[in-house]
Design a protein around this ligand. Structure first.
Ligand SMILES: [Zn+2]
Length: 126
């Protein structure tokens, strides 16, 4: 299970690196309930717009019961915290996404069982 999760987090990191260079890259891969795999990455911008977030961009292409893997990768190749922000989380939940895995640091990931989360308690940081 753990190896499978890192496998997909690495795919998400590859998707992230297809974005424009910046201090970090953020990307995600979604496995839909029909088995299709979809990808997204952050859009570089000076504006703090939700539309630039990889998780927000991928949401409309996900199906209920999807699993989402989100990776933040630094320029030195290390994983960093990629927990979705509250707005992205709310959007993914409305879409029916079941499980979200995200990088925390090298060798460590977090898991969110979406339906079990109290939105009021949801925090971007650990
Ligand atoms: Zn977000």
């Amino acid at each position: 299970m753990r190896n499978e999760i890192f496998h997909y987090l690495k795919i998400a990191a590859e998707a992230a690196k297809r974005g424009e260079p910046r201090n970090f890259y953020l990307g995600c891969v979604g496995i839909r309930n029909d088995g299709a795999m979809v990808f997204s990455n952050n859009t570089k911008t000076q504006q703090p717009l939700i539309e630039t977030h990889a998780e927000f961009k991928i949401a409309k292409r996900l199906t209920p019961e999807s699993t989402l893997y989100v990776a933040r990768i630094l320029r030195n190749g290390s994983f960093a915290l990629a927990k979705p922000c509250k707005l992205c989380f709310r959007t993914l939940r409305a879409r029916g996404v079941e499980t979200i895995f995200y990088t925390i640091c090298d060798g460590e990931y977090g898991r969110i069982n979406v339906s079990e989360v109290d939105l009021k308690q949801y925090k971007y940081r650990q």
